[in-house]
Design a protein around this ligand. Structure first.
Ligand code: KG4
Length: 390
């Protein structure tokens, strides 16, 4: 009894094939979610196509999803069938549920995944004579659920497929996880969620304007980094923590747990516009050798322009992470959760991951690096909740 999960909300076409293998003795949410086996997951990234535009172009993205989803599905079936010693046709006929990201994302891109799910469910029902449901999944729920999955995920170097190696994990009871306080930080959303059970949560803090990832990306673009700016900016900043250029930390006075990043973005723009550093021009793309030089420690960078960019990267990362950790820390103190969690594309940030560990002794659940960006595995995890994880 297999499920297929589909994610096409933004710039990754991602598919995962898995099965839910919980024993009746497994009663906790933790043991059930970690009983899911990911047989194979494949992702086709559109970053190389969007990089020339400096960001995602929705129409181009939707067309690429439509071009890629069929061959990706065929490859997924082949890879998974080999792993299970079945034929792709046999495997296809054993799919009983299809989970697909249906909301929160680019409308035209989401549409491709949803139409594919509907067509496949129709086809499989006709072919097998039994019900094959397709179920919509919220992309943000996928991110949240990704932190609870701690089975080892490995990548097959020959096929690029990701699969799980299920082990007996130390069991965590529901009482030791919930209530759970969650920090979701992605390219389009930044939220603090109070999760009282796998089925119930409320947003207790959110960005008032830009998402943290969006702020990383826009500032990355201002200093000439390739898309996605957050990935590059964090590589350049490393783990050095210092607000060298004294950029503003917003929401210091607020009573709420909300966040805000547009002030930082504007402050960096004004600072760069006024900068008189020779050779620096706002939004001028950097060359490959310049990007390599930027990975060196600040003291070893002699060129003024690159020195300026390095300082901006270190300062921006410091301020973004500090605001996240500060507001989340206040929320932890107020809500007193049993566990805390971190997910979303920005949760790949090493400085943020390190800081989240300091909230010990609470149980700290951080999405594995393979589950931080957009991926179909997390959609499968959230989809299984709708059926069997309650
Ligand atoms: O979760 P995601 O793949 O897409 C959404 O659901 O929105 O997040 C993408 C975001 C981008 O803004 C990207 O720059 C950011 O995550 N990101 C990072 C890092 N890796 C990805 N931001 C900071 N540091 C990173 N290491």
């Amino acid at each position: 009894m297999f499920f297929l999960a589909i994610e096409t909300s933004c710039d990754e076409t991602s598919l995962a094939l898995g099965r839910f293998i919980a024993e009746p003795s497994q009663v906790s949410f933790w043991s059930k979610i970690n009983s899911i086996e990911i047989v194979a997951a494949l992702t086709s990234s559109q970053v190389p196509q969007h990089v020339i535009f400096g960001g995602v172009v929705p129409e181009v993205g939707a067309r690429l999803h439509a071009d890629n989803i069929h061959w990706l599905f065929e490859n997924l079936l082949s890879v998974a069938a080999v792993r299970l010693d079945l034929t792709p046709k046999d495997l296809l006929s054993r799919i009983v549920s299809i989970f697909v990201t249906a909301e929160v994302g680019l409308v035209s891109a989401l549409r491709v995944g949803v139409e594919f799910a509907k067509s496949l469910s129709y086809f499989l029902e006709k072919q097998t004579g039994r019900k094959v449901s397709w179920q919509p999944v919220n992309h943000l729920e996928g991110h949240v659920f990704s932190c609870f999955y701690q089975q080892t995920l490995v990548t097959d170097s020959a096929t690029g497929a990701v699969y799980s190696v299920n082990q007996d994990l130390v069991d965590l009871s529901d009482a030791s996880i919930f209530p759970h306080l969650h920090l979701l930080v992605s390219g389009g959303n930044t939220q603090i969620l109070w999760v009282t059970s796998p089925n119930h949560w409320t947003i207790v803090g959110r960005t008032m304007d830009d998402a943290a990832g969006e702020c990383f990306d826009k500032i990355g673009r201002m200093v000439g980094l390739p898309y996605p700016g957050g990935v590059w900016l964090s590589k350049i900043a490393g783990l050095q923590e210092a607000n060298l250029l004294d950029f503003p930390l917003s929401m210091k006075q607020t009573e709420s747990f909300d966040l805000s990043y547009s002030g930082l973005k504007t402050a960096v723009r004004y600072f760069l516009q006024k900068s008189k550093v020779p050779g620096f021009k706002i939004e001028q793309s950097l060359t490959k050798p310049e990007l390599e030089t930027l990975k060196l420690p600040l003291e070893q960078i002699s060129e003024p322009k690159l020195g300026l960019i390095k300082q901006v990267c270190i300062s921006v990362q410091t301020v973004i992470v500090e605001q996240l950790v500060r507001q989340f820390g206040r929320a932890v103190a107020y809500w007193q959760p049993k566990s805390i969690g971190l997910s979303g594309g920005v949760s790949a940030n090493l400085l943020l991951r390190e800081k989240m560990q300091n909230f010990k002794p609470k149980t700290v659940l951080i999405a594995q690096p393979k589950l931080t960006g957009d991926n179909a595995i997390m959609i499968g995890l959230a989809g299984c909740r709708l059926n069997s994880l309650n």
